[in-house]
Design a binder for this molecule. Structure first.
Ligand SMILES: [Zn+2]
Ligand SMILES: [Zn+2]
Length: 299
């Protein structure tokens, strides 16, 4: 299983350009891993989760040679996850290589994007239903309901499987819905990527969006505890936090240190992660040779 984080930021990635707060000032001063673009994950050379406006540029900038995205899984319709100009660009790149992009998402969301993308460009739609497994390239994908946009029926977190190894991508969501947690009860995940948008801020800091739409660091830790209690993850299962608000979260090193004290890792733009199956393969085990390419930071 291979993952590359193209982006790890929330919707407010432009705020540090002008905001005088300490977090934004630190982003301006530190750059590097503290700078983030819209959250997006490349799973192999053909499958991508989410495509906000910064994604085509990130694909180019991070040097993903040989990448032709032909499957795009969309978590929900918010602009930072589904930019119509960016999706149009992916369609165009696929077309240039004689391929057609397939957009996977809710039926309504798919229609909405189809209407927004240049009509002369080929785009296939794959309609998803919660809890219904589909084959997406080399992956088996099960969309599960997210707690986002008033629990919108077409806001998804994804359970993905390849060669018997399971990944949960949960972004954007508040605390996982009970039905989603129940679905994961008999799964043993090889890795988790989950949002942690608001850092150490909470309702008392005026974050009204917390819980019903997003998580902060302590809530992400609590979600890990829930999944650990039912055996879906173990203490060593890699768990990456992503979708950070630059304005609300401390800079990378500080946030990473807080999360590490609670067993979580913090992703950054450009991070590559891969894990080979343990030999002999044991689907109940999350252990395997793991590679984290720390040289992949865009600097
Ligand atoms: Zn978002
Ligand atoms: Zn700020």
């Amino acid at each position: 299983m291979n993952m590359r984080f193209l982006g790890t930021g929330a919707a407010d990635i432009g705020v540090p350009d002008t905001c005088p707060c300490a977090n934004c000032a630190a982003v301006r001063a530190a750059g590097g891993r503290s700078r983030r673009t819209y959250s997006s994950l490349l799973l192999d050379h053909s499958t991508l989760i989410d495509c906000g406006p910064t994604v085509p540029e990130q694909l180019t900038r991070l040097g993903n040679e040989g990448t032709t995205v032909v499957h795009l899984l969309m978590t929900h319709l918010h602009e930072d996850h589904a930019g119509s100009a960016a999706i149009t660009e992916l369609c165009r790149r696929a077309q240039q290589r004689g391929r057609t992009l397939t957009l996977w998402g809710g039926r309504e969301a798919g229609r909405h994007v189809r209407d927004a993308v240049d009509a002369s460009i080929p785009l296939s739609l794959g309609a998803l239903q919660p809890f219904e497994n589909v084959t997406v390239g080399d992956w088996q994908v099960t969309p599960l309901p997210a707690r986002h946009m008033d629990d919108h029926p077409e806001a998804f977190v994804y359970l993905l499987s390849r060669n018997g190894r399971l990944l949960l991508y949960a972004c954007d969501t508040g605390p996982l819905l009970d039905a989603t947690v129940a679905h994961l009860r008999h799964c043993r995940l090889a890795a988790v990527v989950m949002e942690a948008t608001f850092g150490l801020k909470s309702e008392s800091d005026g974050i009204a969006d917390l819980r019903k739409n997003h998580l902060n660091f302590p809530l992400a830790v609590a979600e890990r505890g829930r999944l650990m209690d039912q055996g879906t993850v173990g203490p060593d299962t890699p768990w990456y936090a992503t979708h950070l608000s630059l304005h609300h979260c401390p800079p990378h090193d500080e946030s990473a240190a807080w999360l590490a004290r609670h067993g979580l890792r913090l992703a950054w733009d450009g991070l590559r992660w891969s894990q080979q199956a343990a030999a002999p393969p044991d689907p109940r085990s999350s252990l395997g040779a793991e590679t984290v390419d720390t040289a992949a930071s865009p600097g």
